[in-house]
Design a protein around this ligand. Structure first.
Ligand SMILES: [Zn+2]
Length: 176
């Protein structure tokens, strides 16, 4: 059985040779690092990891720095939309996940796509390597380049992406 990657505090921990190891490498360097065969075991360790506190501290410092960089970016970047603007975009979500409670339940996750028409509630920025302009629209985070000019185009694109995804699922089930 293949173990799924774990999202730990925003950091992806991938299993190596069937086991997880501590991302802080807290074990004695002279010996093999401790490993866990299950996500539960891994998470239990992370609660008591001797290097965990320092790691959480650096994480908090990094988050503060990230927040101030974001504020500078927002103040200096020309945003195409303002708070209160109505925008359209294609929302993608996971309808059926590939993993449930750490177990693989299907080969491919099943995605849904739909056009959303909504209002900008806040300007923000998101980091994907560099900072990119983005908008908070209610509960959605929308990147500037994801915004589509009009509702009809958004609906057409959502339908196209849905059809392409279904074709991909069919193709990958046919070749299995
Ligand atoms: Zn540890």
């Amino acid at each position: 059985m293949t173990l799924p990657p774990i999202d730990f505090d925003g950091q992806i921990v991938k299993p190596m040779r069937g086991v997880y190891s501590c991302p802080h490498k807290c074990g004695d360097k002279r010996y093999h690092q401790p490993t866990w065969k299950t996500e539960k075991g891994f998470r239990k360790h992370m609660e008591v990891c001797p290097k965990g506190l320092t790691a959480a501290q650096t994480g908090a410092d990094r988050a503060d720095q990230e927040e101030s960089e974001r504020e500078i970016f927002i103040a200096s970047h020309p945003y195409a939309h303002a708070i209160g603007d109505v925008v359209n975009f294609v929302h993608q979500w996971v309808k059926l996940p590939a993993y449930k409670n750490g177990r693989r339940v299907r080969y491919d996750e099943v995605l849904g796509f739909r056009a959303i028409r909504t209002t900008v509630t806040k300007l923000t920025a998101t980091r994907q390597g560099n900072m990119f302009p983005a908008y908070i629209c209610g509960t959605f985070l929308v990147l500037e380049h994801e915004i589509i000019a009009d509702e009809e185009t958004a609906e057409r694109l959502a339908a196209e992406r849905q059809a392409a995804h279904e074709a991909h699922l069919k193709f990958s089930s046919d070749v299995r």
